[in-house]
Design a protein around this ligand. Structure first.
Ligand SMILES: CCC/C=C/C=C/C(=O)SCCNC(=O)CCNC(=O)[C@H](O)C(C)(C)COP(=O)(O)OP(=O)(O)OC[C@H]1O[C@@H](n2cnc3c(N)ncnc32)[C@H](O)[C@@H]1OP(=O)(O)O
Length: 302
């Protein structure tokens, strides 16, 4: 029990020393992730605990946040594919880490307020690790095969685009383990599918939904026959995005994320202020000239 406690809370203690984490990861060596560069300006981030069905443990949470913060600053990266190694995309929270919450609840040396403060801090760190995907200016395409359970829906809700395989299934599983989802599903999922009643049904019942239903509700935009064609399709889309002006693409993501949480008027004001600078970018001239000359545009690093 004690060692589990330490492993989960490692997500908290590592966070303030982010620069150390980033330096340690400068070679892109992670324990729960595999990061590769399959094509120009495209990075593939793979959840890499296949023997545990990519269950999300403490290492995964701290690495995913650090990885996306690093990719945000990586001028060679213009689009990202997020996938899972092995049989399924992810089984969600590593249930062996639940022991940590139980251990904290039962810690007789802490009063209820102190336990609550510790739990809030722990949850905020984990939330921020998923928020890093949305804060990363590069579009993220989730490539989901097999199962996407619990935390997997929190994770993929934070992505820009979702593709899945025919055999994929999804489950907002948290109520089945006695908690309300707290890593973004309840906030993002209803906005992604644009149907509050449907989102509530899935969150209250924890019923599984399969690829065809995920597509019809708008959670995924494409279904591919198998994992190989899924990764190919996700990489093709990522490459297409990466071929465009990074100023235009990243401005588009920033504006779409901002506009989701603001009024139309505020969103228009925001993009107006944004573009008063970005319309002066050299990318506009390069893109327009390339269109006229029917040649591939080349954009400098951002
Ligand atoms: C409080 C913090 C906020 C976060 C909240 C998040 C909440 C959630 O994510 S709720 C959802 C939790 N997940 C589950 O309930 C799923 C449990 N797993 C399964 O139902 C099945 O494993 C699954 C259908 C996904 C896959 O089945 P399959 O037959 O392909 O594999 P298994 O033989 O069951 O498992 C293989 C090994 O992986 C280990 N494992 C699977 N899931 C988890 C998990 N969630 N946590 C930890 N370990 C997991 C499983 O124990 C097997 O390991 P081993 O026995 O060592 O071979």
């Amino acid at each position: 029990m004690l060692s589990t406690t330490r492993s989960v809370f490692s997500g908290i203690t590592k966070k303030p020393a982010l620069s150390l984490v980033l330096r340690a990861m400068s070679s892109e060596s992670y324990t729960a992730l595999k990061v590769t560069r399959p094509c120009e300006h495209v990075v593939q981030v793979e959840i890499n605990r296949p023997e545990k069905r990519n269950a999300m443990n403490g290492a995964f949470f701290s690495e995913i946040g650090a990885c996306f913060e690093k990719l945000n600053d990586d001028s060679d990266c213009r689009a990202i594919v997020l996938s899972g190694a092995g049989k399924i995309f992810t089984a969600g929270l590593d249930l062996t880490d639940l022991g940590t919450v139980i251990a904290l609840r039962e810690d007789s040396e802490l009063d209820i307020a102190r336990k609550a403060f510790k739990l809030k801090k722990f949850l905020t760190v984990w939330q921020e690790n998923f928020n890093a995907i949305e804060k990363c200016n590069k579009p993220v395409i989730a490539a989901i095969h097999g199962a996407c359970v619990g935390g997997g829906v929190d994770l993929t809700s934070a992505c820009d685009i979702r593709y899945c395989t025919e055999d994929a299934w999804f489950q907002i599983k948290e109520v089945d383990i006695g908690l309300a989802a707290d890593l973004g599903t309840l906030q993002r999922f209803p906005k992604v599918i644009g149907n509050d009643s449907y989102a509530r049904e899935l969150a209250y019942t924890a019923r599984k939904f399969y690829s065809d239903e995920a597509k019809s509700m708008g959670y995924v935009s494409r279904i591919l026959p198998d994992r190989v064609s899924l990764i190919d399709a996700a990489l093709d889309t990522a490459s297409l995005i990466a071929s465009k002006s990074p100023v235009a693409v990243q401005g588009t993501k920033i504006s779409m994320v901002y506009s989701r949480d603001h009024t139309v008027k505020e969103g228009m004001e925001h993009i107006g202020i944004w573009n008063q600078a970005m319309l002066q970018s050299s990318d506009m001239m390069e893109a327009a000239m390339s269109q006229m000359q029917k040649k591939q545009a080349k954009f400098s690093k951002l």
